[in-house]
Write a protein that binds this ligand. Structure first.
Ligand code: AMP
Length: 215
């Protein structure tokens, strides 16, 4: 099964993807992570981080190319969860070309709905391990690190993402409404969209999603 997760920032895409990976073995592919994975010492890596910190989108040329390289790897065969891609209609068309070339299909588009206040709390409280990339939250009560500011997995000091501030969240939230909701509408017309209230607790979100997916 191949899924796309669409949501406003901090709606919980990464958390949902991680749980679906553990339970069903689907491979999560996050566009934001692929972009953050470009070496920060290179000019390209620096440019990507600058754009991300302003809450803007990295160019289609770079994002589509990274996505295509990632989708060409073998581990996608057991099913994928695309997290944060496609975010705009141009990326929908680029993904359609990739699907033809690489011979795969999207089964469902999961739209996680969240209100601004919940997204803000999740954003401000989010912490990430710079080493193993595990994500925590110090405000929501979900995924709190066992030892303050320390990764449960590897003991590293936790970091904040450079775009996890209110200013950047506002830009990303507004961008979502204007540019990503048309993506949801496009897939709705194809009968592929599952809508889930993502302001609920994560356990309920997963239960609702599993019911809709019939798994
Ligand atoms: P995320 O990890 O999904 O919250 O994305 C973090 C940032 O990475 C976004 O604010 C953008 O700067 C960049 N990004 C993520 N996905 C895309 C995409 N599909 N196209 C362009 N830029 C993206």
């Amino acid at each position: 099964m191949n899924l796309i997760l669409v949501a406003a920032p901090a709606a919980g895409k990464g958390t949902v993807a991680e749980i679906l990976n553990k339970k069903y073995g689907l491979t999560p592919i996050s566009a934001g992570e692929l972009l953050r994975g470009v070496d920060p010492e290179t000019d390209l890596g620096k440019e990507i981080r600058r754009i991300q910190s302003e809450g803007k989108l990295v160019s289609n040329e770079i994002t589509n190319e990274l996505m295509k390289q990632r989708l060409s790897k073998d581990d996608v065969k057991s099913g994928v969860i695309l997290d944060g891609y496609p975010r705009i209609m141009d990326q929908v068309y680029a993904l359609e070309d990739m699907m033809k070339e690489l011979n795969f299909n999207i089964d469902y588009v999961v739209y996680l709905k969240v209100d601004y206040e919940t997204a803000l709390k999740r954003t401000i409280g989010r912490r990430i391990c710079p080493n193993c990339k595990k994500t925590y939250n110090v405000l929501t009560g979900y995924n709190t690190p066992k030892v303050e500011n320390t990764c449960d997995n590897c003991g590293c000091l936790l970091d904040k993402r450079n775009d996890d501030n209110e200013e950047s969240l506002k830009v990303r939230f507004n961008f979502f409404k204007e540019n990503t909701l048309p993506v949801v509408d496009y897939y709705k017309a194809l009968g592929k969209v599952i809508e889930i209230d993502s302001s609920k607790d994560i356990d309920e979100v997963i239960k609702d999603l599993e019911k809709s997916l019939g798994v």
